[in-house]
Design a protein around this ligand. Structure first.
Ligand code: PEP
Ligand code: MG
Length: 590
């Protein structure tokens, strides 16, 4: 039966495929396709792991039998019996082999997929004792996974699996079907893991529109919906699903008519994208001759490829924290960071790269940790520059690496989350110290322009202070909205209140732009507002000349710029800014 789950639109486009449910605890399991010729060896690998675990459990049984009764509680022996029985159960073995043979999943992926399938059956059991055996099944699967880890796969992962068009999907429903990942939650680090993966779309139960998980999904340029509450509960492994990333909806088990309709929409979207690529080399100039700079937001050095492909004039925001995440406490040293920044600089072939110092904390934890361990208000806690200033050694290491990369091309240094004059002075002092250390060691480094992010209302209100100290400013609207309206950007339950068009937010942006223009300093917007085509005209009218966004959004925004006249938009933007309900004016004739 067809049903829909409503969420928040995050990354545009339509994905049609089969659902892959992944429990958060299983996200570190490798997900890749094997070649058809590798089915036998991968199945053999699975069976060998299963047999090895069976042997392990039997040996444990035997050693229990040797022990004095006082040391070998009968419950333990009974538990091992249950584990052995679950391990030998055909539902597990046959199911796992099915995923390998029919879907070409690698062994670990097949195993965790089947665990999800059987786990659901356990959840639905009436008998409490039987229901609780799910935990035993998980332990058994964990043992097999551990065994597989010790016996690395002989097969080559096939990433970048070709996505089929919906037309092909309707015809061929065997292997090679697009897959859509459905999970309760994905951290930004999890998303990075899936960046080069096989998935054609994502849906999560939780998350806000500008949560960092959503931001990474957008950078992957595949349809995604977050905050689709209940999605991971209602969807079953392998269900057919449609993700409508424009409407923020997931359609489960669609009828043939719905499938055909969305297949059509999907092809229309593909054609539109192809058409837009023609604008790649067209300069972004408005009808009245105003030159606009379109820059790219990136997470990893490799993303410079898509930035260049989209015709970006540079990188306006390199979120360096993605180099620091998921490292289990082992932060990247100076050499590793230098290599990464240099690679980004070289990847842009002489165009400027703005490297933001690490911004961890809030919804970007360094490592995965249970939510309950976090502070009460992590977004208001030790985040971004506060974290850097709290660990000056780490901060100087990053600054030295950035300064060294600046010897290879034009680099701008961007500092996140500043609010206080004392923080500004402390930051600049650490930067001086990093330069002195490089001088002292005789290491070559280059000049950098230093900029501050305006993402806390206090900074926007006090923008003249920032303009005195910094060469340029960049408005982080994602956080500026969060902190102005007191709305957690990662919390889907208050997502309806997260409003880029709130008059207070617009007033803070306008003030920052106006004061920057008066001082003749560059002010960009690098938050998600910059890539939202429905806001392009308003931002132009407010005087914005530098937009930084995901590479996938650049061409649509450019198209909007080419059709705009900033002189006319200025008057209209004034009206919008003076209105109590700017959203209502937004679509009126301009
Ligand atoms: C912002 O806050 O708008 C921004 C660009 O930074 P981030 O999204 O990484 O917090
Ligand atoms: Mg921010």
């Amino acid at each position: 039966m067809t049903f829909t789950v409503q969420g928040l639109a995050v990354a545009r486009g339509i994905a049609i495929g089969r659902a892959v449910l992944v429990a958060s605890s299983r996200l570190d399991v490798a997900h890749y396709f094997i070649e058809a010729a590798q089915v036998e060896s991968e199945s053999a690998r699975l069976i060998a792991a299963k047999n090895a675990v069976a042997e392990e459990l039997s040996e444990l049984q035997a050693s229990l039998a040797q022990m004095p009764a006082s040391e070998a509680p009968p419950e333990l022996s009974a538990l091992l019996d249950v584990h052995l029985m679950l391990l030998q159960d055909e539902a597990l073995t046959d199911g796992v082999l099915h995923w390998v043979r029919e879907r070409l999943y690698n062994a670990e992926w097949a195993l965790t997929t089947q665990l999800e399938v059987i786990g659901r059956q356990f959840d639905e059991m009436k008998d409490r004792y039987l229901r609780e055996r799910k935990a035993d099944l998980e332990q058994v699967v964990e043992r097999v996974l551990r065994n597989l880890k010790g016996a690395p796969s002989a097969v080559t992962p096939v990433f970048g699996h070709t996505r089929k068009s919906s037309q092909e999907v309707l015809i061929d429903d065997t292997v090679d079907v697009p897959l859509v990942l459905v999970a309760h939650d994905l951290s930004p680090a999890d998303m990075m893991q899936f960046k080069q993966s096989v998935f054609a779309g994502f849906v999560t139960d939780v998350g806000g529109k500008t949560s960092h998980t959503a931001i990474v999904a957008r950078s992957m340029d595949i349809p995604a919906v977050v905050g689709a509450r209940g999605a991971s509960q209602w969807v079953r492994q392998d269900d057919w699903v449609i993700i409508d990333g424009d409407a923020g909806v997931m359609i489960v088990d669609p009828s043939p008519i719905i499938l055909a309709e969305y297949g059509f929409k999907q092809r229309q979207g593909e054609l539109e994208r192809e058409r837009l690529t023609r604008l790649r080399h067209t300069p972004a100039v408005t009808l009245d001759g105003q030159k606009i700079e379109l820059l790219a937001n990136i997470e990893l050095p490799d993303d410079t490829r898509s930035a260049v492909a989209a015709g970006a004039l540079g990188v306006g925001l390199f979120r360096s924290e993605f180099l620091f995440m998921g490292r289990h406490g082992q932060l990247p040293d100076e050499e590793e960071q230098y290599a990464a920044y240099k690679s980004a600089v070289e990847g842009m072939h002489g165009l400027p790269v703005t490297i933001r110092t690490v911004d961890v904390g809030a919804d970007k934890p360094l490592d995965e940790k249970p939510r309950e361990e976090s502070y009460l208000n992590p977004a208001l806690g030790l985040r971004a520059i506060r974290w850097s200033l709290a660990d000056p050694d780490m901060f100087r290491t990053q600054l030295r690496a950035i300064l060294r990369a600046a010897a290879h091309g034009k680099v701008n240094l961007l500092i996140p989350m500043l609010a206080q004059a004392s923080e500004i002075r402390a930051t600049l002092a650490v930067l001086d110290q990093a330069r002195r250390e490089l001088d002292h060691a005789g290491v070559v480094y280059g000049p950098v322009q230093v900029g501050a992010m305006i993402e806390i209302p206090a900074a926007a209100l006090n923008v003249d202070l920032f303009l005195r100290y910094f060469d340029f400013l960049s408005i982080g609207t994602n956080d500026l909205i969060q902190y102005t309206l007191a709305i957690d950007r990662a919390d889907e339950s208050v997502a309806h209140l997260y409003d880029p068009l709130h008059p207070a937010v617009l007033a803070l942006i306008a003030k920052t732009l106006d004061h920057g223009a008066q001082q003749g300093k560059s002010v960009s917007v690098c938050g998600e507002m910059a890539g939202d085509v429905t806001l392009t005209r308003l931002l132009l009218g407010m005087g914005l000349k530098v937009f930084s966004m995901h590479p996938s959004q650049i061409l649509s925004v450019k198209q909007e710029i080419l059709r705009s006249d900033t002189q006319k938009l200025k008057r209209w933007a004034h009206e919008v800014l003076a209105s109590d309900e700017p959203a209502q004016l937004l679509n009126k004739a301009r």
